[in-house]
Design a protein around this ligand. Structure first.
Ligand SMILES: O=P(O)(O)OC[C@H]1O[C@](O)(COP(=O)(O)O)[C@@H](O)[C@@H]1O
Ligand SMILES: [Mg+2]
Ligand SMILES: [Mg+2]
Length: 344
């Protein structure tokens, strides 16, 4: 089944679902274009002159970040998108407030890996536009992730893959260069148990006690309280870590830490944690900020950061227990260190 067939079957005669189908197809076309740009060596030309630019989040924008933003912005404009909120633009852009959808997007995820030929990606979240949003465009991206109509991510790796949920499970589609189409490959089911964890351990000295305690438990392996061994992986492209975790289980953790500006970690709620969280839940996994499911958080602004942990359901719960354990808690600064976890 092609992506197009899948979306048509989902949409039926429902006008909003048809709009979602049009948008997802348009994003998939832009992803193929970006894949071609990456494969052609555009990434190798990084740093070939021009002043460094930073986006609203303070991250350095690379040439490919801007090119990805241009491609997906055009794709959204061709589809029934009213509001376009991108990691690469300070403010949301209004295309036509009378249209039905809002798109929040991380056009290029894993930018630090661009020139190293490691998998990078695109993450997107589709939200409804209700009458109250038309008067004040800022409010449309304050909807909780639970309200998403569709979400997904593209992996530009050895294969070009699209992971998608429209609220009926999470599905992976693989692109074929022969037919130039995405074809359904599998419905994803994240294994309940994790054998791997993913965290940037170079930040260990900045972590709070509960995070230190959880990671120590994994590292202690069979000899420790967990009674089994864990492997560790960190690609530094969330899409690549997420796809591996969706396939074979595991836990991705980006906590708040004590570095200036990192009290709420690094990951953006609206266009990174929410779409991946929706895909994780729809694949039988879980996603939390340490206190509540990611999808229940009501965002305050487009570029808001959040601590995040997602992956195998049992391991997300286990992480939550470590966060709530008084024995591992101290009076520290970051969110995971302060907030009781559980009930997610
Ligand atoms: O550099 P760090 O701290 O390891 O963070 C890596 C994380 O940051 C991200 O690169 C953030 O995405 P961007 O490249 O879109 O800024 C994630 O993909 C990744 O998991
Ligand atoms: Mg990103
Ligand atoms: Mg990005």
């Amino acid at each position: 089944m092609t992506l197009s067939d899948y979306l048509k079957a989902h949409a039926g005669a429902d006008p909003i679902r048809r709009d979602v189908a049009t948008l997802v197809e348009s994003l998939a076309e832009a992803a193929i274009e970006l894949h071609r740009a990456i494969a052609s060596g555009a990434a190798d030309r990084e740093g070939s002159g021009g002043a460094a630019v930073t986006n609203g989040g303070g991250d350095v924008q690379k040439v490919l970040d801007r090119e990805a933003d241009r491609l997906f912005s055009q794709a959204a404009r061709r589809a029934p998108v009213a509001f376009y909120g991108s990691e690469e633009q300070d403010e949301a852009v209004v295309f036509d407030a009378d249209r039905s959808l809002a798109l929040a997007i991380d056009p290029l995820d894993g930018s630090s890996n661009i020139e190293t030929n490691v998998s990078i990606g695109t993450i997107f979240s589709v939200l409804p536009v209700r009458p109250e949003h038309r008067a004040d465009s800022a409010t449309v991206f304050r909807q909780p992730g639970r309200d998403q109509l569709a979400a997904g991510f593209v992996v530009y790796g050895p294969r070009l893959l699209l992971v998608l949920t429209v609220g009926e499970g999470t599905h992976v589609f693989g692109w074929s260069p022969d037919t130039n189409t995405f074809a359904h490959a599998a419905r994803m089911a994240i294994p309940e148990q994790a054998k791997e964890f993913s965290i940037n351990a170079s930040n260990r000295r900045h972590w709070d006690e509960p995070v230190l305690a959880y990671v120590a438990g994994c590292e202690d392996g069979k000899e420790g309280a967990r009674g089994r061994d864990f492997n560790m992986r960190w690609v530094a492209s969330m899409v690549a870590d997420a796809y591996r975790i969706f396939l074979r289980g595991g836990l991705y953790i980006y906590p708040g830490d004590r570095r200036p500006g990192y009290a709420e970690g690094r990951i953006r709620l609206v266009y990174e944690a929410n779409p991946v969280g929706f895909c994780a839940e729809q694949a039988g996994g879980a996603a939390s900020d340490g206190l509540q499911p990611i999808l229940d958080i009501v965002p305050t602004h487009l570029h808001q950061r959040t601590p995040v942990v997602f992956g195998s359901r049992e391991e997300v719960l286990e992480f939550g227990r470590a966060m709530a354990d008084p024995a591992s808690r101290t009076e520290t600064s970051s969110l995971f260190g302060h907030r009781p976890v559980g009930g997610f």
